[in-house]
Ligand binder design. Structure first.
Ligand SMILES: Cc1cc2nc3c(=O)[nH]c(=O)nc-3n(C[C@H](O)[C@H](O)[C@H](O)COP(=O)(O)O)c2cc1C
Length: 181
């Protein structure tokens, strides 16, 4: 099984990336896990596609095909999710092989420094799965609020948050197995 981790926040010190780095360590050893970077992918533009397909669209499309499932780590921006994630959903839906997102198992983890854990953004992202037939893990829902309080001064995550992420990662592995049957 090969799983891709996609972080919607593009800034270096992103809390969502820190959460993703923790999640990466919690997969069983027999599962390959890597980060799929999306910050450099240009906004979807049909003029850059089809016969003119640019290298970045090719790159993200082959990453989508090459993984059995994905976890999206999204911040909440103005009660929605990160636009960089929307961009790659759109690119994957319009490949020359059709919608290559179809039937991909995914999970959405959201983290914010505020008290709602990015719930609005997390749920807004899930709405986009309908038309592209992405298969989200429904539960556990992962909304990490006040995320700055889950790490100590040295950047180590506290055990309770780590345990919660661990349970969600293990549930996601089962979800991928179920969908891929
Ligand atoms: C443009 C913008 C809009 C934001 N809107 C929200 C919001 O609607 N709800 C919220 O809880 N936090 C909001 N925030 C705060 C983010 O949750 C916070 O900056 C978080 O740390 C971003 O995730 P990151 O650390 O992974 O970059 C917003 C931040 C930005 C930059």
């Amino acid at each position: 099984m090969k799983i891709g981790l996609i972080v919607g926040s593009l800034r270096k010190e992103s809390w969502n990336r820190k959460v993703a780095e923790v999640a990466k360590t919690l997969f069983p050893d027999n599962i390959q896990v890597d980060f799929v970077e999306i910050g450099h992918i240009p906004f979807y533009n049909e003029d850059l596609d089809g016969e003119n397909e640019i290298a970045e669209y090719k790159e993200i499309r082959s990453a989508i095909k090459d993984h059995d499932g994905f976890i999206f780590f999204t911040p909440e921006y103005n009660r929605s999710f990160a636009p960089a994630i929307k961009n790659i959903i759109d690119i994957g839906s319009k490949s020359s092989d059709g919608n290559i997102w179809s039937k991909k198992p995914v999970a959405v983890f959201s983290a914010t420094i505020g008290g709602y854990g990015g719930m609005a953004g997390n749920l807004a992202l899930r709405q986009n799965f309908v038309n592209v037939n992405i298969m989200p893990m429904q539960r556990p829902e992962v909304y990490l609020s006040n995320i700055q309080d889950s790490f100590d001064d040295k950047g180590n995550i506290f055990a309770d948050t780590k345990d919660f992420i661990d349970k969600a990662v293990k549930a996601f592995v089962k979800h991928v197995e179920l969908i891929s049957k």
